[in-house]
Structures are given as structure tokens and as C-alpha cells.
Design a protein around this ligand. Structure first.
Ligand SMILES: [Zn+2]
Length: 353
């Protein structure tokens, strides 16, 4: 199997276009057009992983190896040693960083699942929505709509296959050299058409248009794309939701710690003697989402780490914050991605670092 194939599988679930502006992610080192038999999945490429590299073709990390510009690569620095080892053993490195944090089905939803939250929404919505309008001759609208739906269009909340269709008259005049599906060159045609409208997440537009063109009968497909100001709810940093019932704070934290595989939170800022129902969660450095957690009505905010000032802000607003550690709250990445790759690429050996 090609490395590029594995990378494409990951990008399909966690589109790189969802990356935060400041992020560095994607293929950072090596050649994706080579064979891949073994993959190492890790939160970071650590020095202890270097001994494994002779046996590995692709490393998939959460954190990027290259984040800030570098001016030298030499064995005297840990980063230099890592880059040297990757290149020496022809290993590619691909980082999924914030696209994994943000995407539907990524870190936010996994952590919300650990808590058993219901009615979850992104704490800080990301991604955009685009309205597609395409004109289809009557009789072909189902085919075109189904191709679009299969490519990720038409999803609003828990409703799929959302579209709107109106009938009207389309006109066109095929010019010299055209090979029209209907009508003749040099003669104006009036055709009964369906104006088919649907909604597409911005990162799926290219794929949806390709699928639409593949089944649309016209040589030149007439369509419009409109950017929407609607608030996207599919992707975003962190999640906010409700526990099925009010539970004591210690019970919530204990249950979460158990799922995370740690003893408990590193620190809790807030009152212990309270019952909780509305919970916000964000893995890693989620301190900057304290304002969103407050605005969302959360009683408890669980994250990896937060600055003194953000904790103070939360305390003053009456929001309890539990810190479980940066790596601890991102660790689910490793088993999640390793599991996905094992399921999708059974011939590839997947190691967890
Ligand atoms: Zn992180």
C-alpha cells in the first residue's frame, strides 16, 4: 500500500482545510509516493521512537514535528536528530494536529463520549458551509442529488439528504464545437429543468462537485456556489453538552479519569461540593476557550491545561475548571488513529508509540 493512500484516508476523515490558521500539519517530512508496510502512530515523535524508525515507513503524529521555522538541521539538537533519522531511514512524517481536534469524529467528540454528554455541539465552531445550486434536466435530479449526498452534501444536524427542488425553464444555445446532450448546434433550446439546492461543508465542495459532474448529463454543468453566513455546527474546537442527569463533581471527574486511564485531574479550580450537568470539554491547551465555556452555560470545563489568567476568569464567572494534563487529554488520538488504520488497511502493521 502507498503512503499517500493512508494519508488520503486520514485527510478524508480529518480534512487539513480545517486546520487552525497558526497550525502546521500534513506531510512534514519524506516521500508519500513510496510503499508503506508499517505505520507508527504517536502523540509526538519522541527520541525514544528513533530506534523504531528502521522498521517504519510512515509516522502519524498529533503534534507537528516542525512548528516554527528552523535555520539548521544538525545532530546536536533533538529536532536535528529526529529529522536526520527520518531521512536516513526513508520515513515520512504526517501530522494531523488541529484538523483532528476540530473535525467531526475527532478529539472533541471522543472526549465528550468519555463523559457521556448528549446534545453536544462544538464549543468554538469551525469550518464553513456553502450553498450549491445546480440546474438539472427533469428526470436526472435524483441521480445528481444522490451523488451529491454520497459526497457529503445535504446534511443539516441529524437530517441527511436535505435539498430543495423547483421546476423551471432553462435556455441555452450550443455554439460551434459543442456536443450538446439535448438540442442542436446553433439553435436555442428551452428545456424543463430542476433547480436543485443543497448545502455542503466547505471542505467537501471539491469532492461534491466532482461527484455531481460525473453523473450530470450536460457537457457544461450550470451551477452556483454561495458562501453562507450560517453558523457551522459540524466541526469545531471542544464540545459542550449535558450529562443525562445531575451528578456530583467528583463522580464526573472520576468517571472521566477512568476512561482517560489516569488517576484523576491534576488540578481543580472551583467548588467540590456541587452537582454538575452541563459540561464543556477540550483536549490539550484549552485554556483560551474559557470564555466560550462560560458563554455556553457550562458548569464544568474539562481541559488539559490553562493559564493563571484564564483560570481566574473562570473562577470569577463561577465556572469550575478541571485540568487533566495536555498529553493526557490528547492521548486518545493514538489508539483512535491506530484503530482506524487497522480497520481500513488490514495489510499494514500499525504500532502505537
Ligand atoms: Zn496538543
Amino acid at each position: 500500500m502507498q503512503r499517500a493512500h493512508i494519508i488520503a484516508l486520514l485527510e478524508e476523515r480529518f480534512p487539513l482545510s480545517l486546520a487552525e490558521e497558526w497550525d502546521q500539519c500534513g506531510l512534514q517530512v519524506g516521500d508519500e509516493n513510496s510503499d508503506c508496510q508499517r505505520v507508527l502512530v504517536a502523540l509526538d515523535l519522541d527520541l525514544q521512537h528513533l530506534a523504531l524508525l528502521p522498521e517504519v515507513d510512515l509516522v502519524v503524529t498529533h503534534h507537528p514535528l516542525l512548528f516554527r521555522p528552523i535555520s539548521r538541521v544538525c545532530a546536536a539538537t533533538p529536532l536535528g536528530r529526529k529529522l536526520q533519522a527520518l531521512l536516513e531511514h526513508d520515513v515520512a512524517l504526517f501530522s494531523l494536529h488541529t484538523p483532528y481536534d476540530v473535525a467531526q469524529g475527532g478529539l472533541g467528540e471522543i472526549l465528550a463520549g468519555y463523559l457521556g454528554l448528549t446534545g453536544t455541539k462544538p464549543l468554538l465552531p469551525r469550518g464553513g458551509l456553502v450553498k450549491l445550486v445546480v440546474f438539472v434536466p427533469v428526470g436526472y435530479e435524483e441521480r445528481v442529488a444522490n451523488a451529491l449526498f454520497a459526497a457529503g452534501a445535504g446534511k443539516i444536524g441529524k437530517y441527511g439528504h436535505c435539498s430543495f427542488r423547483t421546476k423551471g425553464t432553462g435556455t441555452f444555445l450550443p455554439e460551434e464545437g459543442a456536443r450538446p446532450f439535448l438540442g442542436q448546434v446553433g439553435q436555442e433550446e428551452h428545456v424543463e429543468e430542476i433547480r436543485l439546492e443543497t448545502i455542503i461543508p466547505a471542505e467537501r465542495v471539491a469532492r461534491a462537485l466532482k461527484a455531481m459532474r460525473a453523473v450530470h448529463p450536460y457537457e457544461e454543468v450550470a451551477y452556483d456556489l454561495y458562501p453562507l453566513a450560517n453558523n457551522p455546527t459540524l466541526h469545531g474546537l471542544g464540545r459542550i453538552g449535558d450529562l443525562p442527569e445531575r451528578v456530583s463533581l467528583s463522580q464526573v471527574l472520576q468517571g472521566f479519569a477512568q476512561r482517560l486511564g489516569v488517576d484523576g485531574p491534576r488540578a481543580v479550580v472551583g467548588r467540590w461540593d456541587q452537582e454538575i450537568q452541563r459540561v464543556a470539554v477540550c483536549g490539550g491547551s484549552g485554556g483560551d476557550l474559557v470564555p466560550q465555556a462560560i458563554a455556553s452555560g457550562a458548569e464544568l470545563y474539562i481541559t488539559g491545561e490553562a493559564s493563571y489568567h484564564r483560570l481566574k476568569e473562570a473562577e470569577e464567572a463561577g465556572l469550575t475548571v478541571a485540568l487533566f494534563g495536555h498529553a493526557e487529554t490528547e492521548k486518545p488520538f493514538v489508539s483512535h488513529i491506530a484503530g482506524l488504520l487497522r480497520a481500513e488497511c488490514p495489510k499494514v502493521e500499525v504500532m502505537e508509540g
